[in-house]
Design a protein around this ligand. Structure first.
Ligand SMILES: Nc1ncnc2c1ncn2[C@@H]1O[C@H](COP(=O)(O)OP(=O)(O)OP(=O)(O)O)[C@@H](O)[C@H]1O
Ligand SMILES: N[C@@H](CCO)C(=O)O
Length: 315
């Protein structure tokens, strides 16, 4: 019987300065597997089983699970392409909290599509698969954005092109940066966190956004990481979203006092991240966040780096 599994890592959407266009995969340095996994095997009829730490927070019915929607969408695309499918049994290991800002739905979507694509002998190329992933992410959050699905699938730090081929570009990574991340334990709906944003930005904000993104990409390619860090500021979403995040200002203040290079909201929150110039500094910020930013027993902190590997397929 054919069987395989796909692990898809957590990710930071926006990375502060790149609202909807910049994202980064995350891997805890202690080896914790932070991400969802989908197992696939042949079956008489379609089924989805959900297990894992956050499975109990998923919608009760299988049809509402985004993984089921991925399967049906994948089959539709296969039919359009004149390729055969067969029923499969899927198991979703739901390890990421829902509404966390860690790209939880993206992780399920990417794991599901990657598993299906591998199982059916790679009928779709990388860009086609990414477009399918973005479509499903859009169904959940109310707008198509790739800043979680792209790094989750491909790894690294990815910049969206706005084009269909390639959908995304990989940016150079700094191996010396460590990311202290902390999920507070509360759930923030991405759709709700988008609704509170103004529908238009003023000229000054647009100019700052463009300047920062241009400088950031140049600085990474030039290997000038201090310059890159200096423009990691969110002028689009953070001013509005931080009101949803108890303890955000205090956490930023501690992070800055500790010498962190940048601090911001991961995706639509409530997870926050600090970019640190050493592992020891990231550990110090993570310890503060664990003590002061976590609100309940669902919360957690990790010291992470950005892995160059995204989704991993294994037998
Ligand atoms: N496998 C799944 N993983 C996550 N959410 C799912 C899944 N299946 C269905 N959902 C539903 O999709 C919605 C996801 O909401 P939202 O986009 O706010 O969260 P998220 O993707 O988990 O957040 P984030 O990207 O901030 O981690 C929730 O209503 C959730 O119940
Ligand atoms: N770019 C998206 C990411 C959501 O995780 C947003 O900030 O709404």
């Amino acid at each position: 019987m054919k069987a395989l599994k796909a692990f898809a890592p957590a990710s930071i959407g926006n990375v502060s300065l790149g609202f909807d266009v910049l994202g980064a995969a995350l891997a805890p340095v202690d080896g914790t597997k932070l991400g969802d996994e989908v197992e696939i095997t042949s079956a008489e009829s379609f089924s989805l089983e959900t297990v894992g730490r956050f499975a109990h927070k998923l919608p009760g019915d299988t049809d509402s699970n985004i993984v089921t929607k991925c399967y049906h969408y994948f089959c539709e695309q296969m039919e359009k392409a004149g390729k055969p499918t067969s029923p499969v049994a899927l198991t979703l290991h739901k390890n990421l909290p829902i509404g966390s800002g860690l790209g939880s739905s993206a992780s399920s979507i990417v794991a599901a599509f990657a598993a299906l694509n591998a199982y059916f002998d790679t009928p779709f190329d990388q860009d086609t698969l990414l477009i399918m992933m973005g479509e499903l992410e859009g169904q959940i959050s109310g707008s198509v954005h790739y800043d979680n699905v792209a790094p989750c699938y491909l790894g690294g730090m990815t910049l969206m092109t706005g084009s269909e081929a390639p959908v995304t570009l990989s940016l150079p990574l700094n191996d010396d940066w460590y990311y202290a991340i902390c999920y507070s334990g509360i759930s923030v709906s991405t759709a709700a966190a988008r609704d509170i944003l103004p529908k238009q930005v003023d000229m000054a904000t647009a100019l700052t956004f463009g300047r920062q993104l241009g400088v950031f990409v140049h600085a990474l390619h030039a290997g000038n990481f201090d310059l890159a860090a200096s423009v990691m500021k969110d002028v689009i979403a953070e001013p509005y979203r931080k009101s949803l995040l108890p303890g955000f200002d205090e956490a930023r203040a501690f992070s800055e006092e500790t010498g962190a290079l940048a601090f911001g909201i991961s995706g639509s929150g409530p997870t926050v991240f600090a970019v640190c110039s050493s592992k020891a500094q990231a550990e110090k910020v993570a310890a503060y966040l664990t003590e002061n930013y976590i609100q309940n027993e669902d919360g957690f902190s990790h010291v992470c780096q950005i892995p160059s590997q995204g989704t991993l397929i294994s037998e």
